[in-house]
Write a protein of this length. Structure first.
Length: 89
């Protein structure tokens, strides 16, 4: 069955979302511009697509993951969006 809405927890990647870098290391975002907090509702967790989409929607290219949900695999549920210079990361 295809994804119909975001409310079902299935997100279509936004243009550029595949290029978003996810990290759990705060040192990776030193020198980056802070854009804002990201919160993915529990019902929307299941892949990192929605988290990445939110980073892109805020104009960012990097997401600092501060909380995950699920076990296999854990998926980002909270974090912070940043715009980082291209550093070959």
């Amino acid at each position: 069955m295809a994804c119909v809405t975001l409310a079902t927890g299935c997100a279509t990647p936004a243009p550029g979302a595949a290029d978003v870098r996810l990290t759990k290391n705060p040192a990776d975002v030193v020198g980056c511009r802070l854009l804002g907090d990201i919160d993915v509702p529990d019902s929307d967790v299941g892949s990192d697509s929605l988290f990445r989409n939110k980073v892109v929607g805020m104009g960012g290219n990097t997401g600092l993951v501060t909380a995950t949900t699920g076990l296999m695999p854990p998926t980002p549920s909270k974090g912070v969006a940043y715009m980082c210079p291209q550093m070959g990361l």
